[in-house]
Design a protein around this ligand. Structure first.
Ligand code: TYM
Length: 396
């Protein structure tokens, strides 16, 4: 695969050269990194997020999600993230994305959306797609998204994103997409692959770049997509001059990969999920199915090697965690007890939002109204950024 072209003389000059060859998560760039990106961006236009445009030529690192970002003025921090309406949201979505993302509303201007175009790569049932979209709108409502101060929308209500995706497609090396995990995994399994799945990372790059996003809170499984996004944005900027903001991933280390019932990553495709707002009786039964080792009640156990404790620690207070960790190690504790404690701790946090969710889910006009209002706000930004891009590439 070919790398990026070296930046031309005077373009994106290096501030602290000599620099090592910049390495992204996926590509080795042949030229010096665009270290003066922020300054050069200023030369072209006044942009509210110039600080966000600092070069990201190192591999994506995990950072604490809710920590205020260093070096960004508050008004320049814009988080963006999305979730696919392709089934019931689960605890992996909640702990890895929803909870940290919604906490970031306090420090960042937030854009969150329902990725229904992305869902089309696998969902073939139109009514189910509509229902899952409303489910997610109700989830964000229930978890306290502030729809007035922030922007929440349905991806397909901003069709400009597909226009940007096409423009980005035209500068995306095929080799970059051949490396994408989702595509590679399906190919390895001999499964049928559609073009949408192959081009998935380009649409995701468009999602992020069209809102001048500075931070993208996601679980670890999306890390490669963010690396591809940054590679595409850097390539665009090399080719056309500084235009796109290079975003930072925000992967909360402790919840980067939330385990499912069997200890593998919690995922719809593994069938190992605990639904976020399921019926409590059913949820309790599901919690009781979490796989543990076969140690007897009296034997000492290791909390750090236990799938139940791995979930429990995200819902428990520090003193509760310490208490149960002690009981594991002392012996005399059965796994049924800690499973019950997990269920209780989940209920403490999720019972009230679940009620709000159920009420909102009955109120389709409320949910449609939320989505409509969000789409209007999102489109305004998307049109502005797309206009900037089209002008650069010679369209219109
Ligand atoms: P999706 O719908 O698969 O998942 C939504 C979010 O939940 C996180 N997540 C997890 N985190 C930790 N542990 C787990 N077991 C777990 N399972 C899911 C995911 O990492 C994700 O953050 N491609 C995206 C949607 C998308 C998007 C975007 C995200 C489309 N465009 C632009 C960010 C920016 C997806 O399919 O997420």
């Amino acid at each position: 695969m070919r790398g990026f072209p070296a930046p031309g003389p005077g373009l994106l000059p290096s501030r602290s050269s000599p620099s090592p060859r910049p390495v992204t998560g996926l590509l080795v760039l042949p030229g010096p990194p665009p270290l003066a990106y922020a300054e050069s961006l200023n030369r072209f236009f006044i942009h509210p997020f110039t600080r966000a445009a600092s070069p990201m030529t190192t591999p994506v690192e995990s950072t604490p999600a809710a920590e205020p970002s260093k070096g960004y003025p508050a008004q320049a921090r814009r988080t963006l993230s999305g979730i696919k309406p392709s089934g019931t949201p689960h605890l992996g979505n909640y702990l890895g994305f929803l909870r940290p993302a919604l906490e970031m509303q306090a420090t960042h201007q937030s854009f969150y959306f329902i990725a229904d175009y992305h869902a089309l790569t696998s969902v073939r049932d139109a009514p189910a797609l509509r229902e899952s979209t409303l489910d997610l709108a109700a989830v964000f409502h229930a978890l306290g998204m502030d729809f007035d101060r922030h922007t929440f929308f349905r991806q397909s209500d901003v069709p400009e994103v597909t226009e940007l995706a096409w423009i980005l497609s035209c500068i995306t090396p095929l080799g970059l997409l051949h490396q994408a995990h989702a595509y590679k995994d399906k190919t390895a399994k001999g499964e049928e692959i559609n073009h949408g799945l192959f081009a998935y990372p380009v649409l995701m790059a468009a999602d992020i770049l069209i809102y001048d996003s500075t931070h993208v809170p996601v679980g670890k499984d999306q890390k490669q997509h963010l690396e591809i996004t940054r590679d595409i944005a850097q390539r665009f900027n090399f080719l056309y001059g500084d235009t796109l903001v290079i975003p930072e991933p925000t992967i909360a280390e402790d919840v980067a990969t939330v385990p499912g019932l069997d200890g593998r990553k919690m995922s719809k495709s593994y069938g190992n999920v605990i639904p976020l707002f399921g019926d409590p009786k059913q949820t309790r039964k599901t919690v009781m199915k979490i796989v543990t080792d076969s140690k007897g009640v009296e034997e000492p156990k290791d909390p750090d090697a236990c799938n139940v404790f791995a979930l429990y620690k995200h819902f428990a207070r520090p003193e509760e965690q310490a208490h149960w960790a002690g009981r594991y190690k002392a012996g005399g504790m059965g796994y049924g007890e800690i499973k019950q404690a997990l269920f209780d701790a989940m209920e403490r946090e999720l019972a009230a939002p679940r009620e709000r969710y159920q009420a909102a889910r009955q109120n389709t006009p409320l949910l449609e109204g939320i989505l409509e209002k969000g789409a209007e706000k999102a489109r305004k930004v998307a049109r502005e950024v797309l206009g900037r891009v089209k002008q650069k590439v010679g369209l219109g």
